[in-house]
Design a protein around this ligand. Structure first.
Ligand code: NI
Length: 157
C-alpha cells in the first residue's frame, strides 16, 4: 500500500465527471488499498478517487462507528434519500475551508464491492453526509458550491 497525493481543488480532475469502474482487477484493489491508507493518514472521513487523481467512480468512507472498518463503494448510486440535516463540512481537497451544507438525513446507496458484487447500504447521520459528499466528487462537484454559510476554522466534519 502507498500514500497517494491528495489533489487540491484547483486540479481539473476534481471538476469533471468520473467514468465507471469496469475492471475489478488488481489495479482497482491497489487503488482502493492506497485510498484507505491515504484517508487514514489524512484523518478524514471520506475520500473519492478523483481526489488522488483517478477519474473513476470509487470512494472510501470511514463511518467511524464501533468498528473503524472503511467501506469501499465502487460505482455507487443513491437510490433513496429522506429527511434533512444541516451541518459543517470540509474536504481534504479544500484545506481550511468549512461551511454549512444541507444534506439528506438518510440515504440508501447501491454500489459494487472490489470484486464487482452489488450490495445496498442504508446510511444515516454523518455516514449519509459523507457518502453524499463523496458521490458529488464523482460528478465533479465540490461541497463549496453547496455551502450556505462559511465558518471560520474548525475541526468538525
Ligand atoms: Ni471532499
Amino acid at each position: 500500500m502507498a500514500i497517494r497525493k491528495i489533489v487540491n481543488k484547483s486540479d481539473p480532475v476534481l471538476h469533471c465527471k468520473c467514468k465507471p469502474v469496469e475492471k475489478f482487477d488488481e489495479r482497482l484493489h491497489i487503488l482502493l488499498d492506497d485510498m484507505k491508507e491515504t484517508l487514514a493518514k489524512a484523518q478524514g472521513v471520506g475520500l473519492a478517487a478523483p481526489q488522488v487523481g483517478i477519474r473513476r467512480r470509487a470512494v472510501i468512507i470511514d463511518i467511524g462507528e464501533e468498528e473503524s472498518e472503511m467501506i469501499e463503494l465502487v460505482n455507487p448510486v443513491i437510490l433513496k434519500r429522506s429527511g434533512r440535516q444541516r451541518d459543517v463540512e470540509g474536504c481534504l481537497s479544500c484545506p481550511d475551508e468549512w461551511g454549512y451544507v444541507v444534506r439528506p438525513a438518510k440515504c440508501t446507496v447501491r454500489a459494487q464491492d472490489r470484486n464487482g458484487e452489488f450490495f445496498e447500504m442504508h446510511l444515516e447521520g454523518l455516514a449519509c453526509r459523507c457518502a453524499c459528499h463523496e458521490l458529488d466528487h464523482l460528478e465533479g462537484k465540490l461541497f463549496l458550491e453547496l455551502v450556505d454559510e462559511f465558518v471560520e476554522l474548525g475541526d468538525e466534519a
